[in-house]
Design a protein around this ligand. Structure first.
Ligand SMILES: [Zn+2]
Length: 213
């Protein structure tokens, strides 16, 4: 096997219309090639997998796995399902949505110093949903306690939002390659706050004080 990158590098799978679907491993990608459901590929070649020798032709099969592969399937049904899709809420994705910035003090932190804050606290019937949660450093979260921002005299730096399917695929990515990122960005809503936040992620290292997002 010829490898142009780490074996852990994930492949971005899209549907036949090019809508981002999920991250898969190179093994899963090879399986899709074997199942003959790969419609076309984009991006850069990541892996070259050498298979067995064909008994009739005597030739060895070679599969080139690209960074982005489009697979055939029922696109219209998937599209409809995606319109109604609400991604599951989890802290790693939430912190990434907010660029690891506490939305109260504006400082940037490593995950271990961050927490999920319910803007309207659960004790006041606030829900545990994307639209009601923000990244907060533990200090700000403790200070806010069981109060709304208004009650606590704290100002939210950005409005929480529910990621679209494409945005959530990005939020789940472990190490997103430049070509994969470009592809995903093209599927974000034009008004997505992630456009600005990604520029911020690229420019600043963790720990820089006072970032406005
Ligand atoms: Zn804070």
């Amino acid at each position: 096997m010829t490898v142009n990158c780490s074996l852990n590098q994930q492949v971005l799978r899209t549907d036949a219309s090019g809508m981002p679907m999920e991250w898969i491993s190179y093994q899963q990608a090879v399986r899709l090639y074997h199942l003959d459901v790969v419609a076309y590929t984009c991006g850069t070649p990541l892996y070259e997998i050498h298979g067995g020798i064909n008994a009739i032709t005597g030739k060895r099969s070679i599969i080139e796995v690209n960074s982005i592969i489009a697979t055939r399937g029922n696109t219209r049904a998937l599209f409809r399902a995606r319109q109604r899709y609400t991604p599951p809420l989890n802290n790693p994705a939430l912190f990434k949505r907010d660029a690891h910035v506490c939305l109260y003090c504006g400082n940037r932190f490593q995950d271990k110093f961050l927490s999920r804050d319910h803007v309207t606290p659960v004790s006041l019937q606030g829900q545990d949903v994307w639209n009601n949660v923000v990244t907060a450093c533990k200090r700000c979260n403790n200070h806010k306690a069981g109060r709304t921002p208004e009650q606590a005299g704290m100002q939210l730096l950005a409005i929480p939002f529910t990621p679209t399917h494409a945005e959530y695929v990005y939020l789940q990515g472990k190490r997103v390659l430049t070509d994969q990122m470009k592809f995903l960005l093209a599927h974000f809503p034009r008004t997505s706050p992630l456009h600005d936040r990604l520029r911020l992620e690229g420019k600043n290292s963790l720990g820089e004080p006072r970032l406005s997002i």
